[in-house]
Design a protein around this ligand. Structure first.
Ligand SMILES: [Zn+2]
Length: 255
């Protein structure tokens, strides 16, 4: 059986990019010196940080550097894992959700942001941040920056603000599919690109046929990618359930 969302499948995906001469950059390096034909690998470590450690090792073996965004919550923030991943040459970023944590109070949210930044900077070099979607929350974490400016905190970029999606194709595994408009409530960007990609094999096919643009940001959640059959099945059932709920919420948002 050819299962999708396994570490093996992720490895095949990376090989496909290599096959047609894409380079890889961390988000930080891309901001400083973008390459012409490049994939920015962004990983949102929502939970199960050990899966991210596996991803990090796999990429290191292939000579690839990626960006890992960790949350401040105990089931994501694991200093030993963060340090190991950084040591392999990957970038560590802060996956913030303070608007949600502060119940929409921007001043409290900024204070929490600062405290968490200090906590993260005790373990790793942090130059970039990325919002956590908090799909079930009524607060959009990005809204913190309507009032404040992250550049004042030694942060050089946030993927939702500092990437030109007219040029860079954004692909995400949110909702366990690569093009699931309806289940992406917040994890979406304004862009002229549209590809109907149902699974990773289809994505690999498009890559090998050289049908994708030169610059791509690929966002994955490593907790969704499991070789182990039990964990893989658990994630599949959970994701289907979440998609149902999100479809419902997203329809309500549109009204
Ligand atoms: Zn997230």
């Amino acid at each position: 059986m050819n299962r999708d969302f396994t570490v093996k499948k992720y490895s095949e995906l990376l090989d496909a990019f290599k096959e047609v001469d894409y380079s890889f950059q961390t988000f930080r390096d891309f901001l400083k010196q973008p390459l012409e034909r490049v994939v920015i690998l962004r990983h949102d470590v929502d939970k199960v940080p050990l899966n991210s450690l596996n991803f990090a090792k796999l990429e290191k073996d292939k000579g690839i550097n990626a960006s890992y965004f960790f949350r401040s919550v105990p089931y994501s923030y694991k200093p030993s894992v963060i340090k190991s991943i950084e040591k392999m040459g990957h970038e560590i970023g802060y996956h913030y959700e303070v608007m949600n944590q502060a119940n929409g109070d921007v001043y409290k949210a900024l204070e929490m942001f600062n405290q968490n930044l200090v906590k993260f900077r005790n373990v790793a070099k942090i130059e970039t941040i990325c919002m956590h979607g908090s799909p079930m929350s009524k607060y959009d974490n990005k809204e913190l920056w309507n009032k404040f400016n992250y550049h004042n905190y030694g942060i050089i970029g946030e993927p939702y603000f500092d990437i030109d999606y007219n040029k860079v194709l954004y692909l995400t595994d949110t909702g366990r599919s690569w093009s699931n408009e309806e289940t992406n409530i917040r994890d979406k960007v304004e862009s002229p690109f549209f590809y109907e990609i149902k699974n990773t094999d289809q994505l690999i096919e498009l890559i090998l046929k050289k049908e994708l643009p030169n610059q791509i940001m690929l966002n994955t959640h490593p907790q969704r990618w499991n070789d182990d059959f039990l964990r893989w099945g658990k994630e599949l059932v959970w994701q289907n359930m979440k998609n149902q709920i999100k479809r419902f919420v997203s329809r309500r948002f549109r009204r």
